[in-house]
Design a protein. Structure first.
Lengths: 782, 180
């Protein structure tokens, strides 16, 4: 790395005249640089450094805004009505306001990941020291931090090196957030460019967090065959005390597991997780359990499974404390970001806290020392479990029948349900003794609880659904591949050529949250479809859990059916949210390791390479969060298209290309400087799709890239056509835009293609060495 | 029939849809338009009235009214299965994006649509798309043919039962020369 702090830390020193405790001295910075790669043009870019690159993308993929709200309510000039061309009191119009909201979402997401990583790095430096070496894959990984290298020009070697990376990230997030103030930026495309910037920073923040925890906590280090771990509440031994961790930051759970192991009670308790913290629990501890994605919090708390609920950060229901109280489960909040109104008991003796929680004197506490969280959680769980006996807050079937009779059939539950579930009909049937319609809803309910909030009779509709589906819930016992972390350099070498030349038809990253429109099976089906077609399928977060929650006709989960490597037909779970950085990192490493492009501070060239050559697509079928927005924004800047499911429309802005505008699709041929029309490849940068069928057809199409060889293009087109015919019942009508020479046409489809090409007066063109950057042209024609 | 947004929280509209109190009003609007199109979403095969799928009602309507259909998602296959050739098919976002481009000359290349009928998209998708059109294609008229009130449309049917919906669609179809 370029600079390094000299750091002296004395935990305890006693001399004849003095006693020193916890002394830490930092003396300036000493220049060191073991990395010989020359610095590229844009190390640590500011928010305008890569603006030209962003504008190139935004010229192709123009924003389509769907504001949802006609108003701006962000300052006291307002509320301002911005409808249909009106400007607000500050002069802003709806396009700029809409992009400002996008920027705000991306800032929130990026700040959240980066703050998570800041906590992680701070804690781990305190525990292991600044000079603790980074190691995320031993000899299998030389390019340990591709995003960090690319964006900052730093090659981090120790935990302490990550400090400087985070300082840069935090500065950029602050700058981008400042842009959203009234009377700053005024143009929608500049807001968009800044959203891209903070998305790139989000990837950086995520990478720092995951390489820090992977290096120190004994997580799998880029292991394709990382172990299979239990998934589902049915895998939990409910006769034991259960500690349920919810959130994303594994540090408090590490405290719990360490305490349990140190006191030899780890086989006497169950440590389970919901949402991404679950992934990281299983990366740390082979007896940990993933019990489900974020949206199942109400389901499991009301189900009474948790004897202690431990909250860390992000995606935690803000009413989880009230819900836990109803089942007499003590709550420990363990993050400064999520104090839940509890008294801070960090400095109190553990005995007192345990007594207070066990006796019910206090229902919850804030403890900011993870080791103390560990002790308190384990001891409380052991003492509370025999008392509460897995007390539920679910009605009995007989009670459901009675409660259902009080339903007025007013429809407010359905009108508040994001899934538009037929709740009134199901409740009516339950009142008549037929539980089947209610049971059917179990698979499709996302567990938001809005139905109950809307009900004028205060019917516990969600609880009724959970009770009706209880049998299925208790049978949930599946397998997830433990989060493997990064992709090995050797894996990149093995697949670099077939990916870039198009012979592996694409990389599909199925990521994000569980706000699914019709249950999780769609995620499984999409992953399986593309793995079977020998795409590389990378998964993470809640989507990775969902992908493992279903089985094929032989009873195998996806992770048993397909290998876990970064290879054709592989399904690799990289891990939790912050591990998404490894998916972007793999794309960057293809450019570096396979194509020998320099990474160091060389963002634009690498993004140009990925955009034009790497058939990668992200799918966030159930994306709900601002973090998902930031992750997507990071991929947009890298030139990787992202699809979201129907609820993703609520991000309110798409980035859409126009295949009917041929003038939009010209690139330079780097060999000659000629402009070549390469067609809409990829057609969109961000799009909402309506159905899984549409998602599958779109994924196949979005993997097409200008650099595909004729063989690669032929393979990609055959998948596109096959899926189109299967789901749309006809040939695609835009094939003439993707055929450059007749060699691109799949052999078995020549006749069908011929008709379409003839109808569109198709003419052969060349396969260029594509780039959007004039400086990459090697030889200009005179 | 209520003119509240079907999804209770979708209320942030200062320019709200005019309610269509009877189907004849919708028919008059369609007949007045010179270049209407009908966007049909994926719920066309998920909504059933009197044993007949929404898509079948819509095929009857499209045949009668000659309003060209744009099928979103995978609906093109569903239309083709039933012997109806839509004028075009593309994602809901793509058609929305074309409609906010005043230079777009429609599916036939002969001119920008002046009236957009929408039906059968998931409620939030339809709502947001209509809001996009309201704000960025302010001269375009939009009308929904669902039984759910959409405040961001120019014209919307109120919230209604399936029976009322079916009756409205039948009346609309019958008012065109090709209708029964």
């Amino acid at each position: 790395m370029t600079t390094k702090n000299v750091n002296i830390k004395i935990d305890e020193m006693t001399t004849s005249s003095s006693s020193i405790k916890n002394l830490e001295v930092t003396i300036g910075k000493v220049a060191t640089d073991n990395w010989t790669e020359p610095m590229g043009p844009t190390p640590m870019p500011s928010m305008s450094t890569l603006r030209d690159w962003d504008m190139k993308l935004l010229a192709r993929y123009k924003p389509f805004y769907m504001p949802d709200c006609d108003l701006c309510c962000l300052c006291t000039f307002g509320k301002c009505d911005l409808t249909a061309g009106k400007r607000g009191a500050c002069g802003i119009d709806m396009a700029a306001q809409s992009s400002r909201i996008v920027l705000l979402a991306c800032c929130i997401g990026s700040a959240t990941h980066t703050a998570h990583s800041r906590h992680m790095v701070h804690h781990l430096i305190e525990k292991y020291g600044r000079r603790y070496p980074l190691d995320i894959g031993g000899l299998n990984i030389k390019v340990e931090a591709p995003i960090t290298r690319l964006v900052t020009g730093i090659k981090p070697e120790t935990l302490g090196d990550l400090d400087e990376v985070l300082e840069y990230a935090e500065k950029e997030i602050t700058q981008c957030l400042a842009v959203a103030h009234t009377g700053q930026e005024g143009h929608n495309l500049d807001f968009e460019s800044k959203a891209f910037h903070v998305g790139m920073i989000d990837h950086l923040g995520m990478e720092v967090g995951d390489i820090a925890q992977t290096s120190t906590l004994g997580f799998p280090k880029a292991e394709p065959e990382a172990p299979l771990v239990s998934l589902g509440i049915g895998s939990v031994d409910l006769s034991k005390p259960v500690i349920m961790a919810i959130g994303h930051n594994v540090i408090p759970s590490v405290g719990i597991i360490d305490y349990a192991k140190d006191h030899k009670v780890d086989d006497k308790i169950e440590v389970v997780g919901l949402c991404c913290t679950a992934h990281d629990i299983t990366r740390y501890y082979n007896r940990g359990r993933i019990i489900g994605p974020i949206s199942w919090q109400l389901r499991f708390v009301r189900g009474g499974f948790a004897d202690v609920v431990v909250l860390d950060e992000q995606c935690v229901r803000t009413d989880v404390f009230d819900e836990a109280q109803k089942v007499h489960a003590p709550v420990i909040a363990a993050s400064e970001k999520n104090c839940m109104g509890f008294k801070n008991r960090t400095d109190d003796p553990a005995d007192e806290i345990v007594d207070d929680l066990v006796s019910g004197k206090v229902p919850g506490v804030l403890i900011l020392d993870p080791e103390k969280v560990g002790e308190v959680a384990v001891r409380v769980a052991q003492q509370v479990a025999p008392i509460r006996k897995k007390m539920k807050n679910l009605p009995s079937i007989d009670e459901i029948k009675q409660i259902a009779k009080t339903c007025r059939q007013c429809n407010l539950c359905r009108r508040s349900c994001p899934q538009d579930l037929k709740l009134p009909q199901a409740i009516k049937a339950a009142g008549e003794g037929n539980m089947a319609p209610l049971t059917d809803l179990y698979e499709y309910c996302v567990g938001c609880g809005r139905c109950e909030e809307a009900c004028p009779e205060k019917i516990m509709i969600h609880s009724m659904i959970v009770k009706a589906g209880e049998k299925f819930m208790l049978e949930e016992n599946n397998l997830c591949r433990c989060g493997r972390g990064a992709v090995q350099d050797v894996e990149i070498r093995n697949v670099g050529s077939p990916i870039v030349l198009g012979e592996i038809p694409g990389i599909l990253a199925v990521v994000g949250c569980s706000n699914y429109p019709h249950g999780g099976k769609d995620v499984y089906d999409i992953c399986r479809e593309f793995a079977s077609r020998r795409y590389i399928v990378a998964v993470s977060g809640c989507a990775a859990m969902t992908a493992g929650s279903y089985r094929n006709s032989e009873g195998k989960t996806l992770y048993e059916e397909f290998p876990g490597g970064f290879e054709a037909g592989g399904v690799l779970n990289v891990g939790s949210c912050v591990a998404n950085s490894h998916i972007a990192g793999a794309a960057i490493k293809v450019a570096n390791i396979f194509a020998k492009r320099n990474l160091r501070g060389n963002y634009e060239e690498i993004a140009d390479y990925i955009y034009n050559r790497l058939g990668a697509v992200g799918l966030a079928w159930g994306a709900y969060s601002q973090k998902a927005a930031a992750i997507a924004a990071g991929f947009w800047r890298l030139g990787v298209p992202v699809l979201v499911g129907p609820h993703g429309v609520k991000y309110r802005r798409m980035l859409l290309g126009r295949e009917d505008k041929p003038e939009d699709w010209e690139v330079y041929d780097a060999r000659t400087g000629d402009k070549v029309n390469v067609g809409p490849a990829p057609e969109h940068l961000f799009q909402t799709v309506e159905t899984p069928q549409e998602a599958m057809v779109s994924i196949a199409k979005l993997c097409i890239r200008p650099n595909d060889t004729w063989k690669g293009r032929s393979i990609k087109l055959s998948h596109y056509v096959d899926l189109h015919k299967r789901y749309y019942g006809c040939m695609p009508q835009d094939l003439h835009l993707f055929v450059r020479t007749m060699a691109d046409v799949p052999m078995t489809l020549k006749d069908e293609f011929a008709k379409i090409l003839e109808a569109h007066d198709w003419k052969e063109t060349v396969i260029p060495d594509p780039t959007l950057l004039p400086r990459m042209i090697r030889k200009m024609k005179v | 029939m209520s003119c509240e947004p079907w999804q209770c929280a979708e209320i942030a509209a200062t320019k709200k849809a005019n309610p269509i109190t009877k189907p004849e009003i919708a028919v008059a609007m369609i007949k007045k338009a010179s270049r209407p199109i009908l966007i049909v979403g994926s719920y066309a095969t998920e909504r059933c009235m009197d044993g007949k799928l929404l898509i079948e009602y819509l095929i009857d309507f499209a045949n009668a009214s000659k309003v060209p259909v744009v099928a979103t998602a995978h609906m093109v296959g569903e239309f083709l299965k039933r012997g109806y050739q839509p004028a075009g098919f593309m994602s809901a976002m793509d058609i929305g994006n074309r409609l906010v481009d005043p230079t777009w000359q429609g599916l036939d290349g002969k001119g920008h649509p002046d009236l957009v009928l929408v039906v059968g998209l998931p409620y939030p998708m339809e709502s947001l798309m209509l809001c996009g059109l309201k704000n960025f294609a302010p001269t375009l008229k939009t009308m929904t043919m669902d039984n759910l009130f959409h405040p961001h449309a120019s014209w919307s049917f109120p919230n209604a039962t399936l029976e009322e919906w079916a009756a409205n669609l039948k009346v609309m179809t019958s008012k065109f020369n090709g209708g029964n």
